[in-house]
Design a binder for this molecule. Sequence first.
Ligand SMILES: *Cc1c(COP(=O)(O)O)cnc(C)c1O
Length: 687
Amino acid sequence: MNAAKKSADKTVNTRAAKTGKAGKHPSAKQQTKQQAKQAAKQLAKQQPKPASTRRHSGEWSTEQSLDLYGFERWGNDYFSVSKDGNVTARTLNAQVELIDIVNGMLERDMQMPVLLRIENILDAQIKRLNMAFREAIASHGYRADYRGVYPIKVNQQSQVVEEIAAFGARYKHGFEVGSKPEIVVALSTLEEPGSLIICNGYKDKEFIELGLSAIKLGFTCVFVVETPSEIPSIIECSRRTGIEPIIGVRVKTTASVGGHWNSTSGDRSVFGLTTSQLVELVDLLKAENMLHCLQLLHCHLGSQIPDIKDIRSGITEVCRYYADLVAEGAALKYIDLGGGLAVDYTGWGSTFGQSRNYSLNEYCDDIVDTLKTTFDSYGIEHPTIVTESGRATIAYSSILIFNVVDTTTFEPGHLPAANKEEHSLISSMRDIYANLNESHVQECYNDAHYYRNEARELFRRGQLNLRTRSVCENLFLDLLQKITLITKEMERVPSDLEGLDISLADIYYGNFSLFQSLPDSWAIDQLFPIAPIHRLNEKPTRKAVIADITCDSDGKIDEFVGDEGEVARVLPLHELRENEEYYLGVFLVGAYQETLGDLHNLFGDTNVVSVRIKSEGGYDFVKEIQGDSIADVLSYVEYYPKEMQERHRNTAERAVREGRITARERQQIIKLFTDSLNGYTYFEKED
Ligand SMILES: *Cc1c(COP(=O)(O)O)cnc(C)c1O
């Protein structure tokens, strides 16, 4: 890896992620919560509580885990649980247990955390998308084709882009590019002549020349005009090179759509031409005798559009533009509907921002149906349908897997038996127990708080020693645990006591960095499904939130996909067992997470492993990419590991000179330093 180049990437990405937090999304957080509440209410009305979520029996089956973590609700048929209680990844004819892959990695001395990519899933998603459009086209008697393009920005990793080119070749699946680096990627990766390359973003002359050269090579490369000022450059380059351009135009739809990313549509969208700019463009092209080059109409309603109604109304509006441009004499052939096909991260099938109320087939059906009906009524020839699905294409195929390195519980520690000499505060707290029942629960809670605070105050003033305070704190926790048990059985819980179990939830420390691997979880409170990848034949007896190992108070996950449209505040997990690793998977992380990640606390890229599941069973490691070493991440922030080593050696030599260490000790100390520089940035187990 080229460190210098990567360092530039990282700097930019850090900034992007930060602005994301500060500028773009502040209201998103509130909106999510509100939406979640509404969705919860709606769903609670509609759905009876499934029997299997009433978990009282000591027995536990893998079916209960399947339901508890919702694999089949959000997994798009790609994830399930085996009889042995392990999560499986599967496609039509092949499946593998994720824990097998983890074990295979450990045998190869690759450490957690790992970003696992499953090629078959990406392959299957590309196939599903293309086939779903083909079927909708056939069933509606639509008289043109579908052509998909993958927007490179959604996951630019070379291996991912190469896989998409390979799996998409049979459908002539193309690329959407938004910059010069991205068109360079498209040109060096696509092979199938006739594949589309859709060029969005501001284009300088070099960008335009690259696009024209793509046409020469046999690709259908379209310049989507973002502003009329791009036109003179396009005309000039085309005259100079003698290559006729294919021009597209991006329009602003006025209908605003729901979800997080709705600012890409509506009046204030920064992208797309206004109606007067559109008229100006048509006149300009007419005057240059180039109106026949205007072949594509583009719109992008936004990403992750949860409500199918918004998609339908957006498209209806785009059709109007299309029809009038045809009437103006433009030789339109393609209608490009951008991205927006949502992923149901929660599995709720609702209009909640991180869900969707439609299936892939409904999406395709609605688009084809709307286009056919509208264009038939105008008597316009059916255009080729283009979509730029990024998220839905790539999200499913990546899983972040990490081990849990430690837990904190809020269980009381040792509680000594009552004795006559104990502090009066301790005996007062013991007295609370006598009263502890449903009718006195609030009073007991208040008393417990009172005495606990008293203990803290006396400690501050030096009137209570550490041991006594510790007993008081333990009694307090014990009381709270018992109060929680009581409130669970109550019909109406006093509002003070609501969520008490959440404040007593365990903290599980995961070996990963939220900032590096799940930036959207931090920046915009994106929910990703999270579940243990093994032990699913055991009842999860703990409730926990997850903290990463960055020691940053923001580095935690305390919102989870719950059932019944609920954003859960705790995740049921298993108790850790001694000398045994516990692995969690964060699912559907293929889209947008990898390049937005930053180097918070200098945790670097994780190891990445790509596997192909074999139909005869088992899997192949297709590719392993080692995560960043400590030296790698230090060089991204302009340290020079060689120099650091030299200086460290000098410090060690001085210690020898001055008699603090021996020459042999110096050698060991230097070796430790050098090995660390070459090592992984994450928590490593000693062998
Ligand atoms: C980001 C983007 C996409 C991808 O959208 P998804 O919702 O991820 O499919 C498509 N087109 C354009 C123009 C984009 O900016």
